[in-house]
Write a protein that binds this ligand. Sequence first.
Ligand code: MG
Ligand code: ZN
Length: 369
Amino acid sequence: MKIFVKYLIINIILLVFFLPFNFVLPQKSIKQTPDTPKPRNIILMIGDGMGLPQVYAAMTANSDNLNMTKFPHLTMAKTFSADNYITDSAAGSTALACGVKTNNGMVGMLPDSTAVKSILLTASEKGLSTGLVATSDVTHATPAAFVASVASRKMAGVIAFQYLDSGIDVFIGGGLNNFVKRSDSLNLVDSLKKRNYHVALTMSDLMSVENGRLAGLIYPDHPPKVNEGRGEMLSLATGKAIEILRLNENGFFLMVEGSQIDWAGHDNDLQSMIDETIDFDKAVGVALEFARQNAETLVIVTADHETGGFTNLGGNFSTGEVYGSFSTDNHSAAPVTVFTFGPGAEQFQGFLDNTDIYRLMYKLLGFDE
Ligand code: MG
Ligand code: ZN
């Protein structure tokens, strides 16, 4: 009897103590994220020339199996530049990188040639690690707008020079010649080494680097097409950049570009356009896998513009066949898709302007506080 009373008392005590928790706990588990979730890291992925028709062609060719189309949030963005209804990659990248409209051909500057600071340079100043990965020469317009301010995208030598003191931690692509075969006879690879960069000229050397500053200048000029020997460079470089940048507890900003989707569009080469988009999507998969494990990472996948005016005229998800026609060998004005995953993803909504993507990234990283 005594034992029973003891048992009863213990049970009442347990009930009194733990009953409230039974009501509190489920509520807590429902509300795991704070009211306004903020990312510590942002990975911005730009498919150059990758409009919705390119995404849909790749989606069809890959049997309805793309990483970007699995993102929970998506919206659209306008892409026009300051002086043209149809943007080029320089003005398009400046809008994404710096949040301003400029004239076609201009990089990291207002139309009146006032230099503007990119989100990458701001992130670096704020103590985050920063990186760029591209399947073009690293001085090409899209990566350039994140580190350089020049009146013309053609000033590759100046853009290479501006990498030196940008503070960027990791940059990977082609374009070695702009660092070593220069009209001013400077050897910028030596300059990079003096600034503690490991300068990798091959992918195998690059993959052996585990921390610190890394400059991957893997090709003399542009890397080849994915189906002409580039292989897994983009996915591997994306994974390597994340591996190094994530070591900074302040967070990181990384831009990854699938540069050659655009070139396939200019060539009206449907197969290459699909191959380049699927290759870019594999890199998206690498970023997405990291973001799924690291709850503080926002991944944004978008484009600077559409190229080729491609129209999907037929296809088959089972066989992967895709048909269509191009209406131009240049860019079109078609809005681009914005796919987002991670903390803050839901804030990309409504019909955006490309400069809104910069504005939202800036706000979400707390740079306006
Ligand atoms: Mg580009
Ligand atoms: Zn183009």
